[in-house]
Design a protein around this ligand. Sequence first.
Ligand code: AMP
Length: 122
Amino acid sequence: MPESYDDENVFARILRGEIPNDTAAETEHSLAFRDIRPQAPTHVLVIPKGAYRDFTDFAENASEAEIVDFIRTAGRVAREAGVAEEGFRVISNAGTNGVQEVPHLHLHILGGRRLGRMLPER
Ligand code: AMP
């Protein structure tokens, strides 16, 4: 049985306009905004406007239009933030082992400095 989506998660509330956000880009199907606790000089989150819990939920259930829009928005955000040339990282944490805090799919776009390599915890 598919896990249910929590309508009260913070990104659902941002999408409903109940919590402010620092928008970087907005399209028909996606919203990008700056992370409230940035881990790098550039730290932007890209979320779909639809109610998708995580990457697999989105991959399995989103329309092609939503998927294309989401990926193109992420690329555009990296380009417009000025990190595409020198390099950046895209992360999507999912579930317990992925240490996902907010149960609405999001990509972290991180850049603006040299990042540590991959996964710090063992
Ligand atoms: P994750 O651990 O992948 O679920 O990441 C959730 C991210 O959401 C964290 O980097 C938080 O700093 C960020 N975050 C939580 N609340 C907000 C908010 N209201 N506006 C912007 N970013 C937020």
